[in-house]
Design a protein around this ligand. Structure first.
Ligand SMILES: [Zn+2]
Ligand SMILES: [Zn+2]
Length: 404
């Protein structure tokens, strides 16, 4: 008979035993930010540590060089669980989303549970999922892995995402998101001496922005629409009429079915601006990400695991009733396999995400404590999934029901 309580105590002690190393790694990744698809050092560091702890590591997954899969097998065949790592940074603000803490908490949970596997049937996986922030060719990695059947047969895929306050949530909703890239082609000319012979691509970009702003009033408020964008190219010198301008928009909504309407709105704004300025326009729409699927038994499990660590998680139904804010490729994965993307507030102060302040906070004692709680809550939940057949059946049942 497996004594789950003893196993969970042991898992916590195993996390304690590697905390100094986890902190060292989280800080190193935090101070050496790498953009998505380019996380060569971070992925190598985490995968190397897994190798040292007896995992069978495969570097590069589905043509994504900075993705990895690490497996530690237990005593014979049995249930499989997976902890996810992220380790990509944001342009300009480094680890302003705290993915250095995600990478090391997933790693910590994996190592801690792996130490128990000698006495347990099954497998523990630690999976490196790059480019969560959408940068480079590996963006949407979790979606691609899930669609390729990578997580087939895994009972639960779990990860912790930090945020800047002192709350823990287990049912955070996410918005569906699609990217819209707009490229204008005009004609160069001397901006003062011969403007009549130019076609101003930057003017088209600015008009497109303004048309999008104007259209916002007509959006469905109940669908939590968000339309945001930047101009990434807008000319090279003020004395040349710009012949090229590029905008990158994202449209988001809590209603998947509303995304095409938002895309059309941006597209029409782009076309209107092209007509007005005489420029050519090319619109490229990205495949996009869905909203997420909830799993109440996993939510209950994480509320309990947090409680065992002295942390009160917010009531899942309340969290899920709140308008979502962000998006993640974890959402698409949650359509293929039962998933838990818990959010852990690790700072006393309200630090906003995607900021330099959050990046700095990951390197403080609060950040280090966040890695510890993250690793422990994942490890505790992981032990329960591995050892509780009834719980596994409930998780599967809830997943199948939600999919209908
Ligand atoms: Zn982010
Ligand atoms: Zn993030």
């Amino acid at each position: 008979m497996v004594d789950v309580k003893t196993l969970k105590e042991k898992a916590k002690r195993e996390v304690d035993a590697i905390m100094l190393r986890l902190i060292e790694m989280s800080d190193w990744i935090g101070k050496h930010p790498e953009l998505g698809s380019e996380e060569v050092e971070a992925s190598k560091l985490i995968a190397g540590e897994l190798d040292k702890h007896g995992f069978k590591v495969e570097m590069g997954v589905l043509g994504m060089p900075t993705a990895f899969k690490a497996i530690k097998k237990g005593r014979g065949k049995g249930p499989k669980i997976a902890f996810l790592c992220e380790y990509d940074a944001l342009p300009g603000v480094g680890h302003g989303c705290g993915h250095n803490m995600i990478g090391t908490s997933g790693l910590g949970a994996g190592i801690a549970v792996a130490k128990l596997m000698r006495g347990l049937p099954g497998e523990v996986w630690v999976v490196g999922t790059p480019a969560e922030e959408g940068h480079g060719p590996s963006s949407g990695a979790k979606k691609r892995m899930a669609e390729a059947g990578f997580f087939k047969g895994v009972e639960a895929v779990m990860m912790m995402h930090p945020m800047g306050n002192s709350k823990a949530t287990v049912a955070t909703g996410f918005l569906a998101i699609t990217g819209v890239k707009i490229e204008y082609a005009g004609r160069t000319a001397h901006a003062a001496a011969d403007p009549q012979n130019g076609l101003n691509a930057l003017n088209a970009a600015v008009l497109c922005f303004m048309a999008t702003h104007a259209n916002r009033q007509q959006l469905r408020r109940d669908a939590n629409p968000v339309v945001h964008g930047i101009i990434t190219e807008g000319g090279l010198a003020s004395n040349i009429i710009p012949d090229r301008a590029v905008l990158q928009f994202s449209v988001r909504s809590s209603d998947d079915a509303y995304i095409p309407t938002l895309v059309r709105m941006v597209e029409n704004s782009a076309k209107g601006a092209a007509i007005a300025t005489g420029c050519e326009v090319k619109v490229t729409v990205s495949p996009g990400l869905k909203t997420n699927v909830r799993n109440p038994p996993l939510e209950k499990l994480f509320v309990k695991a947090y409680k065992e660590l002295g942390i009160e998680a917010i009531d899942p139904d309340f969290t899920a009733s709140q308008p979502p804010g962000g998006s993640t490729d974890f959402t698409d994965l949650s359509h293929f396999v039962p998933g838990m993307h818990t959010m852990l507030g690790f700072t006393k102060a309200d630090v906003t995400s995607h900021s330099r302040e959050l990046c700095a906070a990951t390197l403080t004692e609060e950040g280090h404590r966040g890695v510890e709680i993250g690793a422990k809550v994942l490890a505790l939940a992981g032990v329960e999934v591995l050892t509780d057949e009834k719980l596994r059946a409930e998780i599967k049942d809830a997943f199948n029901k939600a999919k209908k």
